[in-house]
Design a binder for this molecule. Structure first.
Ligand SMILES: *Cc1c(COP(=O)(O)O)cnc(C)c1O
Length: 397
């Protein structure tokens, strides 16, 4: 048995808020403020440039990578941290294409997060060698894996619907067709059990500000299967991925480890916060977390469907097919979500009509889920969302 859930006492959550958006931006772990203050005041302020050595700044990206490795079923040393997820997608894609020089197809799906697809487009245009991006519907991906495909790049959990790909099945199909496999774990890490080693996929990437609570702009991560790392050719050949950054050599020579997937100077303050944030996972059994997540989401679906006939479930009904989020389609989803947020139930809206709710068993309990459903019922059945003030679109939805 792992640690009991939830572990609310480890987080600072505002009074009166039922936070169903930890899949987009996780909450503040209690230790984060003290850690950030210490890094800024004592390490940066007090030790200045010496802190790269004296405070262990240079080793921080790899140390945090090892902790993340433990959460995604990867061995220590197989995960590099830094930059943002979009950058890590680009690195993994570029390296994959170099591994299959005779093939020209990048296969993803039309439910993937736009940035992953945009990065693929940008890479295709930069290389300018006739590469194409194919994006069938998620259910059609398996059939689209042909021997033209160089790389299959998928986000395991669909950001809009929560639909989950079967990692094992898709990876096996990709490998059977001779393609490289990249998994984006943005909505998986800290949300569902992940076993990268068992999957045998070449790459995984993810961000740390969602279920891992690293804070806005927290560094991303990239996993490369240990047996391919030394053959991997980094497209973003920055100095901190060099074998000897401080030798200041004229030519690039990649580090003989996952460090070759680093690019430039790490964001030390954010990394330190992330290191602190990851402590909340100590003792948590991912199978327990998954079971709790399913209980929360099943309660939520039952309660909302019983109360709000005009909301249509947009997530798979089978919990085994769903990540740790539930979405409902509703024509007036945008103003309805604004009304909910004003009433303390924070989820988010994804165009065109999706009201999205994330479930984070580390800091949510069943009573909050029932309370959230009551508030949703009030907003929907009393048409509270009709108030014009809820219709003004903010920059971030
Ligand atoms: C959240 C998310 C991103 C965001 O990328 P950033 O570079 O961190 O802004 C990218 N891809 C997926 C699948 C996501 O869910």
């Amino acid at each position: 048995m792992g640690a009991a859930l939830p572990r609310k006492e480890l987080f600072d959550i505002p009074e009166g808020v039922i936070y169903l958006d930890g899949n987009s931006l996780g909450v503040l772990p209690k230790g984060a403020v003290a850690r950030a203050t210490e890094v800024i005041r004592d390490e940066w302020g007090g030790q200045l440039i010496k802190a790269w050595n004296t405070a262990g700044w240079m080793a921080l990206p790899a140390g945090v990578g090892d902790t993340i490795a433990g959460l995604i079923g990867a061995p220590a040393g197989a995960v590099a941290t830094g930059d943002t997820l979009s950058i890590k997608v680009y690195q993994a894609l570029a390296a994959s294409l170099r591994m299959r020089p005779d093939r020209r197809v990048i296969l993803s799906d039309n439910g993937n997060f736009p940035s992953d697809l945009y990065m693929a487009e940008g890479l295709i245009n930069t290389i300018d060698k006739g590469y194409v991006l194919r994006t069938p519907a998620p259910v059609d991906v398996l059939d689209a894996i042909t021997d033209e495909v160089a790389v299959v790049m998928l986000t395991q959990v669909d950001y809009r619907t929560g639909r989950m790909h079967n990692v094992q099945e898709v990876t096996q199909a990709a490998h059977a067709a001779g393609a490289v496999m990249i998994w984006d774990l943005a909505h998986s890490a800290g949300a569902v059990p992940v076993d990268m080693t068992a999957s045998h996929a070449e790459f995984a990437v993810g961000c740390t500000y969602k279920y891992l609570n690293g804070g806005p702009g927290a560094p991303a991560f990239i996993y490369a299967r240990p047996d391919i790392i030394l053959d991997l050719q980094p497209a973003l050949s920055g100095w901190l991925g060099h074998a000897a950054p401080f030798a200041m050599e004229q030519a690039y020579r990649p580090a003989m480890s996952t460090e070759r997937l680093r690019v430039g100077t790490p964001s030390i303050v954010q990394l330190s916060i992330l290191q602190e944030a990851l402590k909340v996972w100590e003792g948590v059994d991912m199978a327990d977390l998954r079971a709790a997540s399913i209980r929360l989401s099943e309660t939520f679906i039952a309660e909302v469907e019983a109360r709000c006939a005009s909301l249509t479930l947009a997530s798979p009904r089978d919990p085994a097919m769903r990540g740790s989020q539930v979405s409902f389609a509703f024509e007036n989803g945008y103003p309805a979500m604004q009304a909910l947020i004003e009433r303390g139930v924070i989820g988010d809206f994804r165009a065109p009509d999706i009201m999205r709710f994330g479930f984070t068993p580390l800091y949510l309990d069943q009573a909050e889920i029932v309370r959230a459903a009551e508030i949703i019922e009030d907003v929907i059945s009393n048409e509270v969302w009709r108030d014009p003030k809820y219709h003004m679109r903010s920059r971030v939805t």
